[in-house]
Ligand binder design. Structure first.
Ligand code: 0O2
Length: 270
């Protein structure tokens, strides 16, 4: 295939990867902006390099004209979670979406690969709009914990270095490390509620502080300087105390003040 043809072929895959990364990041932001725990830590995506596509096609005996049907990870998304439980939440989120259709699932968490590799894989169908119409793109979504990702990334680079000739002693070490990763994920899951509470508290405090600062910013245009200085001083006092309940009460009071100014503006015909 000519270089130009590859570029045309891969263009909708790039669109799918960009759109999906944006959509998953948005889910993450939505949870955070509501001050809630997000099962997603980060999202990354890539379009497989032409050399890797050719290598995979050769390894699996796939005709070059059939690669779009038979290579399922030309578009790839990786979603990183904190805990194994979060992986199942992300799978449910994807299952309930109308813009992503799951056609295949591979559970390498319950059944890890012989290498020790663990991750949950979904193959989805995703529609992108191109200048020549709608195109349905197969995309592989890998969902894994931070710990699984640490192992997978290191093992992948070793695989790349040794190709199919990874020395036995390194294979063994990696298997031992994979066992340790299972233990680590289990240990972290056992304190998940504690960690989630702490993170929820932090997220919620951030959301309340943002709301207060937003209201103070808006008051600059309408309230008098002395009132704003007083509000500002009260905010710093409560901020120093780090008392969430008091900050929440203050945020509610500011809402009432801001609402009062809004009503006044409407009356004055602004
Ligand atoms: P890359 O460089 O990650 O894009 P296979 O024929 O088994 O290689 P298949 O049938 O497409 O792959 O599906 P599978 O097994 O679900 O693997 C797809 C992807 O999962 C791989 O892509 C890897 O990213 C990851 N993966 C699978 N097995 C392992 C493993 O043992 N170690 C690591 N580190 N990753 C793994 P590619 O095509 O290998 O390439």
């Amino acid at each position: 295939m000519e270089t130009r043809m590859w570029r045309e072929l891969l263009m909708p895959y790039k669109a799918a990867v960009d759109e999906l990364c944006m959509k998953f990041s948005h889910i993450n932001n939505e949870y955070k902006s509501m001050g809630e725990y997000s099962p997603i830590v980060s999202v990354e995506g890539r379009v497989k390099k032409v050399s890797s596509i050719l290598e995979k096609a050769q390894k699996k005996n796939i005709d070059i004209n059939d690669i779009e049907d038979n290579i399922q990870d030309i578009a790839g998304i990786r979603i990183i979670c904190q805990f194994v439980e979060d992986i199942w939440s992300v799978v449910e989120i994807i299952r309930n979406r109308s813009d992503m259709k799951i056609i295949e699932e591979r559970d390498y968490i319950t059944h890890s690969k012989a290498s020790g590799y663990r991750s949950y894989h979904l193959i989805i169908l995703y529609e992108v709009q191109t200048i020549s119409g709608t195109k349905t793109i197969k995309t592989e979504i890998q969902i894994r914990t931070l710990a699984m990702n640490f192992w997978g990334t290191i093992e992948h680079s070793l695989q790349y270095k040794y190709r199919s000739q990874m020395p036995e002693h390194i294979k063994k070490r990696l298997q031992v490390a994979a066992e340790a990763i299972i233990m680590l994920d289990k240990e972290m899951s056992s304190v998940r509620d504690e960690i989630m509470n702490a993170q929820n508290y932090m997220n919620h405090t951030d959301a309340v502080i943002s709301e207060i600062l937003n209201n103070i910013q808006n008051l600059y245009g309408v309230a008098n300087r002395r009132e704003i200085d007083k509000i500002q001083a009260e905010f710093y006092r409560l901020y120093e105390l780090k008392d969430l309940a008091m900050l929440e009460r203050f945020a509610n009071e500011l809402d009432v003040i801001a609402e009062g100014y809004r009503a006044q503006q409407v009356q004055e015909g602004f």
